[in-house]
Design a binder for this molecule. Structure first.
Ligand SMILES: O=C(O)CCC(=O)C(=O)O
Length: 257
């Protein structure tokens, strides 16, 4: 295990500037609502996968099995509070790479909003993560997909710009995607053909997205492995208060958040 996966004191600790996002990465994230950082955890991936499998392989570990409409009524296994219960993965919450990303996006005042581990035997239809937090409360999700994924086997898909949750575009998507069975009638195409970006990924990549960003996954039904770390702004509405209505998102550096 690399030193980066050793326990760090707490999330308010200073983080070295090498772990902060560049102004370009921040602006990409704030414009499109997601970002992939290739290979950020590549050196630790064997330990991360072992930690993940250790959790799902532990017969004493409570695991929820769901069959929800959002996943076509197909099977999904989920462990809430995932890394918190794993001695191998818990240090990730304070890992400087995680803290650097989170501080770059949320600034110094952020809260931990728990984690979840998932085994998907299903697709996920289009949705924002408003089941996890109200949309006015700005959150970022840091996702670790542990398989080689492309559009053919369940890579996450993103509708860029859909995180501007109060705008007509985003409101229209949320309304029209409420019921998956109506999508084809509304748009004349299958849900999986809706315009989007497929974020292909390899184990060791980090993918982050805004909870408001509309996302989904198609063609992936065989034990796709994902765990996510979630963080939110401390004061709900703080982030939105900084955006001037109808003005372009300002370019900024991690230290001017
Ligand atoms: O990978 C997937 O199927 C969807 C993941 C997702 O929607 C989530 O974690 O919020």
């Amino acid at each position: 295990m690399s030193e980066a996966l050793t326990t760090r004191p707490e999330n308010t600790a200073e983080v070295d500037s090498q772990y902060l996002l560049t102004p370009q990465q921040i602006h990409f994230y704030e414009t499109f609502g997601f970002l992939r950082i290739p290979g950020l955890f590549a050196n630790d991936i064997d330990d991360i996968v072992a930690g993940f499998e250790g959790m799902f392989g532990n017969e004493e570990q409570p695991v929820w099995e769901t069959k929800e409409a959002l996943h076509g009524d197909e099977k999904r296994l989920i462990i809430p509070g995932f890394i918190e219960q794993s001695p191998t993965l818990a240090p990730l919450q304070h890992d400087p790479r995680v803290v650097g990303v989170v501080k770059s996006i949320l600034g110094p005042d952020y809260i931990w909003s728990s984690s979840d581990g998932n085994l998907f035997y299903c697709e996920s239809y289009w949705h924002p993560d408003d089941y996890a937090a109200p949309l006015h409360h700005y959150h970022v999700k840091l996702s670790f997909y542990l398989d080689d994924l492309s559009g053919d086997n369940g890579a996450i898909r993103i509708i860029p710009g859909s995180h501007f949750h109060q705008q007509t575009f985003s409101r229209t998507l949320r309304k029209n995607f409420k019921d998956e069975s109506g999508v084809e009638e509304i748009y004349g195409m299958a849900s999986g053909d809706i315009p989007s970006i497929t974020v292909s990924s390899k184990p060791g990549d980090l993918i982050l997205w805004n909870f408001r960003t509309v996302h989904g996954s198609y063609n992936g039904g065989e034990r796709r492995r994902l765990f996510s770390l979630n963080f939110g702004e401390k004061v709900p509405g703080f982030h939105d208060g900084k955006q001037i209505p109808d003005k372009p998102v300002a370019r900024r550096s991690a230290l001017s958040s």
